[in-house]
Design a protein around this ligand. Structure first.
Ligand SMILES: NC(=O)c1ccc[n+]([C@@H]2O[C@H](COP(=O)([O-])OP(=O)(O)OC[C@H]3O[C@@H](n4cnc5c(N)ncnc54)[C@H](O)[C@@H]3O)[C@@H](O)[C@H]2O)c1
Length: 461
């Protein structure tokens, strides 16, 4: 089959590469000239483990190419996938569909007869029908179908998620489109991966409901973590104890600094907005959004506790700024709330991230970038573990403690334990959702400073 994909971001590029690996002929289109030039040179513009090898293999096999020329890419294509961004629209929380609708108009002008226009971007219920209307209006002669095919890959494990998915969701209106989608995903059909074929609206809803559920699960354990700190329980033990219940499951039960990333924040906001527009409020999701913001702010309070109530003049080392490990994606990362609060509070901030510097330099002004954790920790008053990259999981804590001016650690991913920290000579250690030993807080907390930092972080949302 010949397939075109529009948008070569995390989803469009991974999908295009994987479809070519299924044996299809794939042309990936993007408006970004620099991105296309890099892809044509065989460079992968994002950090995604395994992507470069798979991409070069399929380019060499002659099945995969890149272009800015949509018209050429569409010639002879049986399917075109829209994989452009759907960020939060400024002001109202709704998904911004301008990129999707622009792509639909462009497709209408150049698509061959019989094409299936597949929306892979995460879009509100009703968008596929709007895409069909836009195409019909722009080119009434075109014979085409639309299909909804939301994507569930996780950055950092995207290839594996695409090649071995928990399920593929396909929303269609007729047998013709269902047949083409079945041909595209045949390698997965043959290996018995579940394919959920449904109507357009249900497919669109499945994606938002899935992301909102996962965001809820994370937020639930984060709220439990806050209570654990008050009552003297350990959230790691609690998560283990509830996660072993097959009805609950142990995934997405790791307490931390609040969810971030390119999907959960914008998709929860969009779903809340859809609910409001249909007079069917998504009250749980609305609360999740609010609690997640509070969780991020609670992390700032933790750091203040360890700094004696003020960041002013302190040197703080932050390990990890991407929203999770194994990606270079900084979109809505907790670091974008926490680091500006530190800088705004007068701290000298050093950061270190295996892949985040390229994106992070522009997003985190006023910080010094370090090559490794030990350089960041040198003479620092506080070390913060914010993203649990593997290289931060196996730190020589004794070396870290020895290098610091004030050996204190805020472990916002619960990588280490209070016992590890004490053994290594750290004088104070705070995790998330674990009882804070009384002696960990060495200096009284100043209420006025805490309020000031609260308003700094709120300004950044
Ligand atoms: N990133 C993820 O982990 C993930 C996972 C599942 C679903 N999604 C969804 O997939 C969609 C894409 O996300 P992403 O993270 O890949 O986005 P992205 O921002 O990384 O990439 C989007 C790309 O589309 C290009 N583009 C925009 N308009 C175009 C046009 N008219 N013609 C050609 N190119 C165009 C941009 O230049 C950009 O390269 C979003 O709706 C997102 O919610 C993302």
């Amino acid at each position: 089959m010949k397939i075109a994909t529009i948008g070569t971001g995390y989803v469009g590029l991974v999908s295009g590469v994987c479809f070519s690996d299924f044996g299809h002929e794939v042309i990936c289109v993007d408006k970004d000239a620099d991105k296309i030039a890099r892809l044509e040179r065989g460079e992968v513009p994002i950090f995604e483990p395994g992507l470069e090898d798979l991409m070069s293999r399929n380019i060499e096999a002659g099945r995969l190419s890149f272009t800015r020329d949509l018209e050429g890419a569409l010639a002879g294509a049986q399917a075109v996938f829209i994989a452009v961004g759907t960020p939060t629209r400024r002001g109202d929380g709704h998904a911004d569909l301008s990129y999707v609708m622009a792509a639909a108009e462009e497709i209408a002008r150049a698509a061959p007869q019989g094409v299936v226009v597949v929306t892979k971007s995460t879009v509100p219920v009703g968008t596929n029908r709007r895409v069909a209307e836009v195409i019909r209006r722009a080119n009434p002669e075109l014979d085409f179908d639309v299909a909804s095919n939301p994507e569930f890959l996780r950055e950092g494990a995207a290839i594996d998620d695409f090649m071995r998915p928990d399920r593929v969701v396909v929303g269609v209106e007729n047998e013709r489109a269902a047949g083409i989608m079945a041909d595209i995903y045949k390698p997965l059909f043959l290996r018995d991966f579940p394919i959920v074929t449904t109507d357009l609206e249900s497919a669109e809803m499945i994606k938002y409901a899935a992301n909102a559920f996962l965001a809820t699960k994370i937020t639930f354990i984060n709220e439990v973590a806050a209570l654990c700190e008050k009552v003297g329980a350990d959230v790691k033990e609690v998560a283990k104890g509830i996660g072993l219940d097959g009805r609950i499951g142990n995934k997405f039960l790791h307490a931390g600094p609040g969810y971030g990333g390119s999907c959960f924040p914008k998709d929860t906001k969009a779903l809340a907005r859809i609910g409001q527009e249909h007079a069917s409020p998504m009250q749980i999701v609305e609360t999740v959004i609010k609690v997640n913001e509070e969780t991020k702010r609670r992390m700032i309070d933790k750091l203040l506790d360890l700094c004696g109530g003020s960041f002013n003049g302190k040197t703080v080392a932050v390990l990890g700024v991407t929203f999770k490990p194994n990606t270079d994606d900084m979109r809505d990362a907790p670091s974008l709330t926490l680091v500006p609060a530190l800088v705004g509070g007068g701290a000298k901030v050093r950061v270190c991230d295996p892949q985040g510097r390229h994106e992070g330099e522009a997003l985190l002004p006023g910080v010094a970038w370090c090559d490794d954790a030990y350089a960041a920790a040198d003479s620092a008053d506080l070390l913060v573990i914010l993203t649990e990259w593997n290289e931060f999981r196996g730190l020589d804590l004794g070396r870290v403690a020895g290098a610091m001016a004030q050996p204190r650690m805020a472990d916002l991913r619960n990588v280490y334990s209070d016992a590890d920290a004490r053994e290594a000579g750290l004088e104070a250690y705070i995790g998330v959702g674990r009882q804070v030993p009384k002696e960990a807080i060495t200096v009284p907390i100043l209420g006025a400073d805490r309020e000031r930092h609260k308003s700094i972080s709120e300004g950044q949302q």
